[in-house]
Design a protein around this ligand. Structure first.
Ligand SMILES: [Zn+2]
Length: 309
């Protein structure tokens, strides 16, 4: 995972370098932010030191026969801890997410990315998977989280997590224009299951991260496999590794929902429904069209592409 995170950071670094719409001053700040980005992978080391666990829970006295009192104690202990965290300065080593979560995160106020142990397992990640499958799944997720540092919200925080404008005004204008194109693209999708249109504005952050993550993941994957293009194919699957990369990207988004759930999702989630997270990103990526031979102008290879990164 550490090697993959290094490779994905390098991929984003290259995208930054290649961004012709961004001036050198803003780029220099962006590089600083990328270099300062921390990472948390798997679980915290401190969770395994007995004395620390004792210390952490010593004020927490539970009784076997009083549920209300236990909940009350839990609530107050947690509140006090939160208050202390706020007062004492932000401790960047603390894990705030449970390690079993099958999810990944970026914290704009602390400028770090988090991959709990829960997500580091098949079908998203395995040391036995071909490089194409790992980079298509967890690789693009790592890219997604890095890109959050530079989406429409993350970009407003600096390398130390302070809400401070580090963009030159003209670059910010270009950035907003590029974002607007993504808003329009996703806002045109209609989700069949809920029968509703997707909100391009409220899902913008995630769409920026999805589109960027896919590109960065593919770039890192190609670099890893350079000179090894003749890697063995998987038995029983008539797919090239390039195709597998994209298949893996799509497969990690598989889900099943009821109509009620789909409606609730469109109304409340920052994410577009998974189907559109997949096709929205792939439609914008020429290497996907190349791998699956989609003619220009076909649904998965529209002539007009849009992306922020
Ligand atoms: Zn996200």
């Amino acid at each position: 995972m550490n090697v993959m995170v290094d490779n994905l950071m390098r991929a984003f670094c290259e995208l930054l370098e290649e961004a012709t719409w961004m001036g050198d001053k803003t780029k220099a700040e962006a590089h600083k932010k990328l270099a300062a980005m921390g990472r948390k992978i798997g679980y915290p080391d401190y969770g395994f030191i007995d004395e620390e666990i004792e210390e952490k829970y010593k004020s927490l006295v539970m009784t076997p026969d009083n549920l209300y009192e236990n909940l009350d104690t839990l609530f107050w202990t947690k509140s006090k801890k939160r208050l202390n965290n706020t007062i004492e300065s932000m401790n960047k080593t603390t894990w705030r997410k449970p390690t079993f979560l099958v999810n990944a995160f970026y914290s704009p106020r602390k400028n770090y990315i988090v991959f709990p142990a829960g997500i580091l397992q098949p079908p998203v990640f395995s040391e036995r998977f071909p490089v194409s499958i790992n980079y298509g799944a967890i690789g693009t997720i790592i890219g997604h989280e890095i890109t959050h540092g530079f989406d429409n919200k993350g970009s407003q925080y600096d390398k130390d997590g302070l809400l401070r404008m580090w963009w030159q005004p003209e670059d910010w204008v270009h950035f907003k224009e590029k974002g607007q194109r993504l808003i329009d693209r996703y806002g045109n999708f209609t989700d069949e299951l809920s029968g509703m249109k997707i909100n391009g504005i409220t899902t913008q952050q995630e769409n920026v991260a999805d589109n960027g993550g896919l590109k960065e993941g593919y770039r890192a994957y190609k670099k890893m496999t350079m000179g090894k293009e003749d890697a063995k194919l998987l038995p029983g699957l008539n797919l090239t590794h390039d195709q597998l990369f994209f298949l893996s990207f799509a497969q990690r988004a598989c889900w099943k929902a009821t109509k009620a759930n789909a409606i609730a999702h469109v109304l409340s989630s920052k994410h577009a429904p998974n189907k559109f997270r997949v096709i929205g990103s792939l439609q914008n990526f020429p290497d996907f069209a190349k791998a699956y031979k989609c003619p220009v102008g076909s649904p998965m290879n529209p002539e007009k592409k849009c992306s922020v990164w």
